[in-house]
Design a protein around this ligand. Structure first.
Ligand code: ADP
Ligand code: MG
Length: 481
């Protein structure tokens, strides 16, 4: 159909034509640019071989003339070859009239970028490939305790002076204890200090695949040359080198070449070098450097990690609950993280504040080891711990069907006011929290607000039998009476 030549170019068909044009423009320019400059635009006319484009703002006229007129004409002509020119008309009315314009966000929703977990790589110079270092892993975000102090100090030293005294650096320890974190954090720190250096982080699996590929395509020379240009080589999980003679050999040569050039090598494994069952010459290379272990963090470190992670997830979680997790989840850090993640999910999806009970449930669910399960069975029958402030918030939230979020939030809606005051009252009276502390829980309200709430509820209980009944049943539910 020829739009320009048809005499009945009604508003609807103009809108349709404009949308067709936009659909073809959109892939050609950056999304942010597209939204910025085409929002509120419309096709005002299409007659005499001329496309009249309406712009909502005078300031966008020049920009369109300079940047988009050619493109718009080109695309319009693809759809209707009879069109010869594009002219613009500023029509400020378009700005406030969605019925005349196209809703770009609706018609052009943002495409979620697909993430390929664990496959993200960066190409460095000359075909050298490194896995992307996660910005989450930094030395600053690593919690140091007796269990990892040496490893951490070694990483810090290497970050300050790669290729210096601690070369190679060999980290070892069980799963989930922070080896990968430390490796990547060290890589990140080196890149921060020396942005021009070539830092390669790879796993033994990837390294092995590259060796195999190089052999297959007879590109061993190229492979060797490539790796020799690296300034810092970080290889994770070298326990998987066991029984891979050819990869070990290549690694050995790469290792020697880099070492001689004072380039830094950092590796991690799940056990010390002598237990890795590698060629002796490789084992002795590792042993010549710095070896540091990471072991299971002790209670205090676990607690410190939990406090940090809770902050990271922006999860407001009571210290007694964190202590409970630290006491009972003592295998590794990944386990701690797993529990917190679940607690975050519960909070986000169900507005459930983490409590000792909800955490015990999560732990029981996560724990697949039947022996460990026996250890947890006690929770349900264990004497009920004193209700914590989460218990109070949850109970009041359930009782009055208002969310904890709303209750501790800023809303001044009447339906929330009473439950909020009741929660404050219960916290003050039974959990024995100070006015100040209660205020903190409720989005940092002043302690006088808490005092007022307490006074109000106390007064009402004297002459409001309904409220009294409600209070009694809450007190009972919380084991306060
Ligand atoms: P590994 O490589 O030893 O199996 P990871 O480095 O993958 O363990 O650690 C598992 C998770 O625990 C990661 O998310 C990591 O950030 C976290 N983690 C481990 N130890 C610490 C620590 N000391 N401080 C902060 N986070 C840690
Ligand atoms: Mg790891």
């Amino acid at each position: 159909m020829s739009y320009a030549s048809s005499s009945s170019t009604g508003v609807a068909s103009l809108q349709e034509f404009w949308l067709d044009i936009l659909r073809k423009i959109e892939p050609k320019i950056q999304r942010s640019q597209f939204i910025t400059w085409f929002k509120g635009t419309a096709l005002l006319g299409c007659e005499d071989r001329t496309l009249v484009v309406g712009l909502p703002l005078p300031m966008s006229l020049n920009w369109h003339l300079e940047h988009y007129r050619g493109l718009t004409l080109e695309i319009a002509r693809e759809l209707d070859p009879s069109i010869e020119q594009v002219v613009y008309k500023v029509d400020v009315g378009l700005k406030d009239d969605p019925s005349r314009t196209t809703d770009l966000l609706q018609h052009f929703p943002e495409q979620k970028k697909r993430k390929v977990a664990g496959k993200q790589e960066v190409k460095l110079a000359e075909g050298i490939v490194s896995k992307i270092l996660s910005p989450r892993y930094t030395l600053e975000s690593f919690i140091v305790g007796a269990s990892n102090r040496l490893a951490y100090a070694a990483c810090q030293a290497v970050a300050g002076q790669p290729g210096g005294r601690y070369n190679p650096l060999f980290l070892y320890g069980g799963v989930g204890l922070g080896k990968t974190h430390l490796l990547q954090a060290t890589g990140n720190a080196i890149l921060h200090n020396m942005p021009k250096s070539t830092v390669v982080y790879t796993t033994t699996e990837d390294f092995t695949n590259q060796v195999i590929e190089a052999i297959q395509h007879q590109k061993m020379e190229q492979f060797r040359r490539r790796y020799r240009m690296v300034d810092v080589l970080i290889i994770d999980d070298v326990q998987f080198l066991a029984n891979k003679e050819r990869t070990q050999e290549e690694f050995f040569h790469t290792f020697n070449a880099l070492y001689e050039e004072h380039k830094q090598i950092i590796v991690a494994a799940d056990r010390p070098p002598q237990e890795l069952q590698l060629e002796d010459r490789l084992t002795s290379r590792f042993e010549r450097g710095m070896i540091a272990d990471v072991s299971t963090p002790e209670y205090e470190t676990r607690l410190a990690i939990l406090v940090e992670k809770a902050k990271e997830y922006q999860l407001f979680i009571d210290m007694t609950v964190l202590q409970f997790i630290a006491e009972h989840a003592n295998k590794n850090v990944r386990e701690l993280e797993g529990i917190l993640m679940q607690a975050v999910a519960q909070y986000e999806l169900e507005q459930r504040m983490p409590s000792v009970k909800s955490i015990a449930d999560i732990m029981r669910k996560l724990n697949k080891d039947p022996h460990a399960e026996a250890e947890f069975v006690g929770f349900d029958v264990a004497p009920r711990r004193q209700s914590t402030f989460q218990d109070v918030l949850e109970a009041v939230s359930r009782y009055y069907s208002v969310s904890v979020q709303d209750m501790i939030g800023q809303s001044r809606v009447r339906e929330i006011l009473i439950p909020r005051q009741i929660a404050m009252y219960l916290l003050k009276k039974y959990v024995r929290m100070s006015h100040v502390r209660v205020g903190e829980v409720f989005s940092g309200r002043d302690h006088t607000t808490v005092m007022n709430a307490y006074g109000k509820i106390e007064g009402k209980l004297q002459n409001d039998p309904q409220l009294l009944r409600e209070m009694r049943s809450l007190e009972k539910e919380l084991d306060f009476v």
